[in-house]
Design a binder for this molecule. Structure first.
Ligand SMILES: [Zn+2]
Length: 327
């Protein structure tokens, strides 16, 4: 490389007088005006793919909701001040909350299995991005073979039908028989869940013939097995995903918040239909995944929504995955 005299001179000046000397050198040179970069707003990661044995697992951020909280949604059986103080002690805002919606797509090599359908575009502006982001992630909605509905709450089944057509036109569907029956019969629906029942009749009931009703222990496909997780809803299922000896639990809504539900598993959550059964499911699940060191994906865990649960005395904490799945 030929010696550039100006660089040589600049380097000599830097050595002699550092930045001040460079400033003096530059002072006689006209400067191009720099336009300020535009403010672009918050940006959230929304697609994350990792390997589990021979499977590929892709988490996709359908969206999020912001609102007042965590109390009374979390710590529903606690005084507001207790929950607010606890939020502050954990570095979280005491009176505002954001809750993500994260779908999990598993490519087994034979089938493309989508866990839950997201909110759909009509519920809120900040959610319903699943079908678009799925394409960004490299899949077309018509490639989905099976849509597993972990439970029939709006954020999990509101995106099954759009504009009168199934969003996943070639898919069959899977749900727990107890969950389907509860919403389909429509008896004993709590008042707060009546709009949920209406949405079920719009989104799930029209596809009933394509649904397979399953139970605790049913294999959806080879390597994906249902596991009862009742409480949050009458027939919510979690799913064990296993390939080449590697395991992952999709625990659906066993925990709805990575701090409030995991570190305070006994605190009631307003979304939980049977609150004590949901507490029991949390403790049973957290004990199992922490003892066996099974990684977890969860619909409301902070994106990319994969991590572990660590036992801490009588409680637990969420340990997000970093690069463990990439190696
Ligand atoms: Zn949910």
């Amino acid at each position: 490389m030929t010696n550039d005299r100006s660089v040589t001179r600049r380097d000599a000046l830097m050595l002699a007088g550092g930045a001040a000397a460079l400033g003096a050198l530059g002072s006689g040179v006209p400067q191009m005006a720099q336009a300020a970069a535009p403010m672009l707003g918050v940006s959230r990661p929304s697609i994350y793919r990792f390997k589990l044995g021979a499977f590929e697992v892709t988490n996709i951020l359908d969206g999020f909701v912001q609102g007042n909280g965590p109390h009374p949604t979390f710590g529903n059986n606690q005084p507001a001040e207790v929950v607010q103080e606890y939020a502050k002690s954990q570095g979280l805002p005491p009176t505002r909350i954001e809750n993500p919606y994260v779908n999990t797509l598993v490519n087994t090599g034979k089938e493309l299995v989508l866990f839950d359908a997201g909110n759909g575009k009509i519920r809120m502006k900040t959610a319903g991005h699943l079908p678009d982001l799925m394409q960004t992630a490299g899949y077309k909605p018509d490639q989905v073979d099976i849509v597993v509905i972990t439970h029939a709450h709006p954020d999990h089944m509101g995106g099954l039908i759009a504009d009168g057509k199934p969003v996943y036109p070639n898919a069959r569907y899977v749900i727990c028989d107890r969950e389907f029956d509860f919403w389909h019969k429509g008896e004993n629906i709590p008042d707060a869940r009546k709009p949920n029942r209406d949405l079920f009749m719009q989104q799930v009931a029209p596809l009933a013939e394509k649904f397979t009703m399953i139970k605790d222990g049913t294999d959806v496909v080879a390597g994906i097995r249902a596991q009862a997780a009742f409480g949050h809803s009458p027939g919510m299922l979690a799913f064990r995903i296993e390939s080449e000896g590697q395991q992952l639990l999709n625990w659906a809504d066993t925990a709805n918040h990575y701090v409030m539900s995991i570190q305070q598993p006994d605190w009631h959550v307003s979304f939980d239909q049977d609150k004590e059964a949901a507490v029991a499911n949390r403790r049973r699940t957290f004990d199992m995944v922490s003892a066996d060191k099974i990684p977890v994906v969860g619909f409301h865990m902070p994106f990319p929504s994969v991590g572990w649960v660590e036992k801490t005395g009588t409680s637990y904490r969420w340990v997000p995955a970093s690069y463990q799945f990439n190696l």
